[in-house]
Design a protein around this ligand. Sequence first.
Ligand code: AMP
Ligand code: ZN
Length: 113
Amino acid sequence: MSCLFCKIIRQEIPANIVYEADDILAFEDVNPQAPVHILVIPRKHIATTLDITDDDNELIGKMHQVAAKIAQDRSVADKGFRLVMNCNRDAGQTVFHIHLHLIGGRPMNWPPG
Ligand code: AMP
Ligand code: ZN
């Protein structure tokens, strides 16, 4: 499969992995938008938020728990952080394997651009 994040899961391309479990992986974003910018992904290939099924509900919840744990480990939890999952073109999704952006370490604007 040509999916970039599946290649990272299969260790065909390198990544700075910060968390590993049997169902979830987290690694540093290659183009960080803040002092902390980590991507939390399921090992299962799910293309977009629109493709999440009932079978994935536990997995999606766990992705959020992993993100929260990493936010605490990186000391951005108290000040605050953002979790973002972009879906399709208008949101700027470029990799079609769902990923939770954990962004923190600086103040952020709302609404996002
Ligand atoms: P999105 O635009 O929401 O699909 O996010 C894709 C993210 O993947 C972007 O923030 C990219 O910087 C990041 N990215 C792309 N290629 C890699 C890679 N090889 N390793 C780590 N992050 C990557
Ligand atoms: Zn994939």
